[in-house]
Design a protein around this ligand. Sequence first.
Ligand SMILES: [Zn+2]
Length: 77
Amino acid sequence: MTDKQRAQLAKQTDLAQRMAQHGVNLVDCPDCGSTLLHETNEADISCPFCGFESEPADFPDHFYEGFEQSAEFQDND
Ligand SMILES: [Zn+2]
């Protein structure tokens, strides 16, 4: 991964944090893996794709700090 790519990916985390400050979170469904938005003041999240319902703690943030270092984004060249 290039430095530019790493910076661009880090920016996704920044933008996700900015959304969270406005009460909207981008998370992943732990059941079907879909990415969805939810309001941070909601007591429970219901996945619009599979119907899974649980508390926000069960839905991991889609972009979290340091995610760009994770193995998911490997250099192919
Ligand atoms: Zn789901």
